[in-house]
Ligand binder design. Sequence first.
Ligand code: ADP
Length: 497
Amino acid sequence: SESTTTHILPAVESFLARPHHHFINNEWVPSASGQTMEDVNPATRHVLTEVARGNGDDVDRAVSAARRAFRDKSWAQMPPNRRGILLWRLADLMEQHLEELAQLDSLDMGMPIRQAQYGTTPMAIDHIRYMAGWATKVEGETIPVSAGNFFNYTVRQPVGVVGAIIPWNFPLLMAVWKLGAALAVGCTVVLKPAEQSPLSVLRLAELAVEAGFPPGVINVVTGYGPEAGAALVAHPGVNKISFTGSTEVGKSIMRTAADRMARVSMELGGKSPNIICADANLKRAVSGSMLGIFMNQGEVCSAGSRIYVARSIYDQALEHMADYAKTLRVGQPLDPKTQMGPVVSDEQYQRVMRYIEIAQREGATLVAGGSDMPEAGPGFFVRPTVFAGVRDTMTIAQEEVFGPVVAVMPFDDIEEVIERANQSIYGLAAGVWTENVRTAHYLSQRLEAGTVWVNAYHVYDAAAPWGGFKESGFGREMGKQALELYTEVKDVWISLG
Ligand code: ADP
């Protein structure tokens, strides 16, 4: 309801009123074409603000700035501890402006303010601090070669200019996952945020100047994927593309990158299985699994969108899930009581509705939701939706919806559910609910997924590696593994003869 909606902070109002140009060489630069694009608030369908619409010319400027900065001694010769200090300062500034950053994400793409304020924004800050610590710890090895009288050692060097392309579901966090590791190891970055949600990243760029990053180290070009994004991928001055988004776009990026052997890492889609065994703590399993699908409106690559429930507890679990979905508080994102906001855009709304329609046409049974939700507000609201009677071959069990829609299916034994869970082109995450330690470990070993959560869902930590098996991508962001994405190994031979 309007009366409980948090007011927009004055700092956010004034940010929204400023022009939103590209951020190149620590300066705000209008689009070469002079064009802008509208940024819509999904909770109201009103235009929040206009943002620069970048094309190849803007990307070219940004990449040139990043290339110069990569060689410039102010960055290239900066001692690692200074890079760490800059990152730490950025994190401190983010913390000082935490509420502002949280509101920007919430306004821009509809995530509930509580989640932004207590979940994703603090995680983004923690991530920067974690990576700040790694700046001084990117070590090589000494290798006992047998080829002769040699001293052999490795060094890890920054890969160069990184082109980072991110989606709209966690705007600030996705930016930081790429910036943190890339900057810690000494790369420079051109970041292209999603056209739906560029605001928090632009605010982050302002904070980066304040933190003291030299010009050209961090650059942001806003714009559409096929324009600004594609130009960044094709630019010969970009050494590495770090992409988070759909599997389809990821594949096309890999094809383009192949022409010049640009390094790539890919965080793509998912259709993550979430398995509730007969011996699970049912109450916890149900609420955890509902969080697993409905958190962030289901707009999460790792959403637990296929729930497999042991047949003996299936009816009971399904009933609890339907209740949960029906009582979830859907509403204005800035209202602290809101548990689920609108989906990000009209396009996404149409897409989710299409999947709901297909599921019904293919014979799935609706047990909750399945429609729009006008009483939640004028935005792109979708009712939390639960389907039963789903067969593995149905579209709803195979394709990523990226919305608040879940398929619940019964299973009879462990080997069967492993087989069915793994029958997916994706392999990002999986959930397991059981009180049996053997089952927990056995399923964790067998499931084809980059992350397995046991008796939990959607837990993340800067120190824990994150990434996919199969068509969910490759490379690991977060944890020390993330450093590998942004470094090349050089091996050095010194003759001692
Ligand atoms: P989603 O379906 O979640 O919007 P996309 O893969 O379409 O995921 O978008 C993720 C990011 O990739 C966005 O920043 C988008 O602008 C960008 N993008 C989309 N198409 C392309 C493309 N052809 N080349 C480069 N980037 C693209």
